[in-house]
Each structure stands twice: as structure tokens, then as C-alpha cells.
Ligand binder design. Structure first.
Ligand code: IPM
Ligand code: MG
Length: 364
């Protein structure tokens, strides 16, 4: 019987509600497939600021490093929204990414036929959308130094630095090409090479890496054009790679294609072992959604899909991951809806009811 240590960081807003369902999903999988999942939990984000004055404590980061995987809810909310505050909830998330060396963020986006009505785009544009966006996560303008605010000659100014080195770019490129090989063999690299030096290096390194993957078709797209293409021809994309900042922006845009942000998982991974497995952090992309926090109406499906990714990438349990993904798909096919994915007049379920419906369908 295999044992896995799952470190749970529910965070803020709807984070605790959905991570509780993620834990139940893993328990259900453990029972059915005879694995043991041990859970430990700690505070992150606003909850940690309230309790400890920092967005994440050093001992929490240490504990996270020792785990098989981190299940993460969401951080942030109006209570901690002051952008000039020295301590902000998002710092917890950024510290986890950086300290755990999670340099690749995988965000799969699929348009579910049953949910196309809840997207702002036409069904004929959405048909066939199935892409994997891989965002670089521990470098670029998020972490480059200097990053500071200062007063010079009595005038406020601020500086951010967009830094990349070739190793940071090459490993994302390799991951993208390898993923494309397993899929439709197309890779789109997003940059702003017509303006930024860091993007010109990005493009140069991606082209060098491409030589090792002659079977994959590579296209370069400038980020501004990409925002248009994602709306005009979203089904033409297979695997997309982008730096930290551009990846942040285009994945929010791409999430619209999936019908609801409440459906989309993400995995943050570092350098994997020989077996293709490694420590990862799994987090729905919907965020803390303070407007619906505590109401029991949040969609748990993104979190379920996160736990499936956790089973796949950190535990090596592919069958179990598919069982969970299958259960989510069956619940959606059976017409079960939380408010965010319901058409007008459709009956809606709360978080717990939806989760129960999925868990009943595991292995069905
Ligand atoms: C995301 C979020 C984070 C980011 C914020 C909360 C720091 O937008 O994961 O996409 O910008 O990376
Ligand atoms: Mg974002």
C-alpha cells in the first residue's frame, strides 16, 4: 500500500471550501484503490497574515518541501487588498513557487461541449478547444531585481526587472516540446521579441531547443497578437509556452474558453525525477472569489481536476487520476451544475452536493 503526504494550504475566500472537497476526493480514491493519503494543514495568504503577520511562515515552506504534494486553495481578499502594504497575501504564493523550485505552471484548457453555453464566445468558435498552456513560474518580471519603489529628487518612481537566463528558458521549452509530442505536435511560443531583450533571448533559445524536436511544428506569436488569436481561433492551439508575465495574462484569457474559471485546474512543477514524478503544487485557477466565500456554492470541479493532476504528476497514479477525471466528466454529462456553469433556469447544486455527485461516480 503506497503512502503519500499531502500538505494542504486552504488559504482564503473559497479556498477552504474547495480544498476540503479535494481532500475528500483523495480519501475516496485512497479507499477505492488502497492508497494512504496523510494530510497536514497550515495557513497561507491572508489567513497567515492575520495569525502570524506574514503571508507564509518559513516553517510552512519547510514542511511543504518535505511533502509529496501541496494542495493549495487560493489567497487574497478585500481585507488585505491595500497594494502599498508591505505584507500581502500573494507573497505566500510567490514564496511557495520560488522556494519549492516550481518553475513550470501547467494550465490545461478544454471547452466542454456541455458547458459552452456559459462562455462569452460562440459555440462554433469554442468547438475543439483543447490546449495546454505552460507558463514559466519562477523568473521574469515577477522576481527580477531590482524591484523597488523609491523617491528620487522628491518624485516617486518604481522599477521592475524582466530577467531571464537561457537555462530558465530552455527547460520550459523542453517541457513544451515533450508535451506537444504526446499531443497534436504543435508548439506555440509567446513573446514580445519585437520590443524586449528578454523576449529575443526567449525566442532564440526556443529555436535552438526546437532542433531536438523536428517532429513538432513550432510557431512564434507576439503576445499582443496572441490575445486576439485566443479569441478568433482558440482551437488551433495545442501546447503554448510563455514567460511568467505573459503566461499569467493569457491564461486568464484562455480560462474564458473553458466556460467557467470554476472548471480549470493548474499544476506547478519543478524538475522531475527519472520516473517523471516530483513535488508539485496544485491549485485551481479561480482564486479566492470573496463574493461567494462561505456560501457553499463554489464549484469544486477545478479542485477535483487539481487532485487528478496531483495523482498523475506527484504520485504516479495515472489510473486513479483518470478515474477522478472520468467522474467529473460524468457528473457534467449528467447535467449536474453549480451556479457558475448553469444555464438560465437550470437547477444548481452547492459545493458539497456537487462534490458528492462526483465522488459517487468514481469508477462508475
Ligand atoms: C495566478 C495569479 C497570481 C500570479 C497572483 C495571485 C500572484 O494571478 O496564479 O495566475 O500573478 O501569478
Ligand atoms: Mg493570474
Amino acid at each position: 500500500m503506497a503512502t503519500f503526504d499531502i500538505f494542504v494550504l486552504p488559504g482564503d475566500g473559497i479556498g477552504p471550501e474547495v480544498t476540503a472537497e479535494g481532500v475528500r476526493a483523495l480519501e475516496a480514491i485512497g479507499q477505492r484503490f488502497e492508497h494512504v493519503f496523510n494530510f497536514e494543514q497550515d495557513l497561507a495568504g491572508g489567513a497567515a497574515i492575520d495569525a502570524h503577520g506574514v503571508a507564509i511562515r518559513p516553517e510552512t515552506l519547510e514542511r511543504a518541501k518535505q511533502s509529496t504534494a501541496v494542495l493549495f486553495g487560493a489567497v487574497g481578499g478585500p481585507k488585505w487588498d491595500n497594494p502599498t502594504a508591505a505584507v500581502r497575501p500573494e507573497q505566500g504564493l510567490l514564496a511557495l513557487r520560488r522556494e519549492l523550485g516550481l518553475w513550470a505552471n501547467l494550465r490545461p484548457v478544454k471547452a466542454e461541449p456541455a458547458l459552452m453555453h456559459s462562455s462569452a464566445l460562440k459555440p462554433e468558435v469554442l468547438a475543439g478547444v483543447d490546449m495546454l498552456v505552460i507558463r514559466e513560474l519562477t523568473s521574469g518580471i515577477y522576481f527580477g531585481t531590482p524591484q523597488e519603489r523609491r523617491v528620487v529628487n522628491g518624485r516617486r518612481e518604481a522599477i521592475d526587472t524582466d530577467y531571464y537566463n537561457e537555462d530558465e528558458i530552455a527547460r520550459v521549452a523542453h517541457l513544451g516540446f515533450r508535451a506537444a509530442r504526446e499531443r497534436r505536435k504543435q508548439l506555440t511560443s509567446v513573446d514580445k521579441a519585437n520590443v524586449l531583450a528578454s523576449s529575443r533571448l526567449w525566442r532564440e533559445v526556443v529555436v535552438e531547443v526546437a532542433a531536438e524536436y523536428p517532429d513538432v511544428k513550432l510557431e512564434h506569436v507576439l503576445v499582443d497578437a496572441m490575445t486576439m488569436h485566443l479569441i478568433n481561433r482558440p482551437s488551433s492551439f495545442d501546447v503554448v509556452i510563455a514567460d511568467n508575465m505573459f503566461g499569467d495574462i493569457i491564461t486568464d484569457e484562455a480560462s474564458v474558453l473553458g466556460g467557467s474559471m470554476g472548471m480549470l485546474p493548474s499544476a506547478s512543477l519543478g524538475t522531475l525525477g527519472e520516473d517523471g514524478l516530483g513535488l508539485g503544487m496544485y491549485e485551481p485557477i479561480h482564486g479566492s472569489a470573496p463574493d461567494i466565500a462561505g456560501k457553499g456554492v463554489a464549484n469544486p470541479l477545478a479542485m477535483f481536476l487539481c487532485t487528478a493532476m496531483l495523482l498523475r504528476h506527484s504520485c504516479g497514479l495515472e489510473d486513479e487520476a483518470r478515474a477522478l477525471e472520468g467522474a467529473v466528466a460524468r457528473a457534467v454529462d449528467d447535467g449536474l451544475r453549480t451556479a457558475d456553469i448553469a444555464a438560465a433556469g437550470e437547477r444548481t447544486l452547492g459545493t458539497r452536493e456537487m462534490a458528492d455527485a462526483v465522488l459517487e461516480r468514481i469508477g462508475a
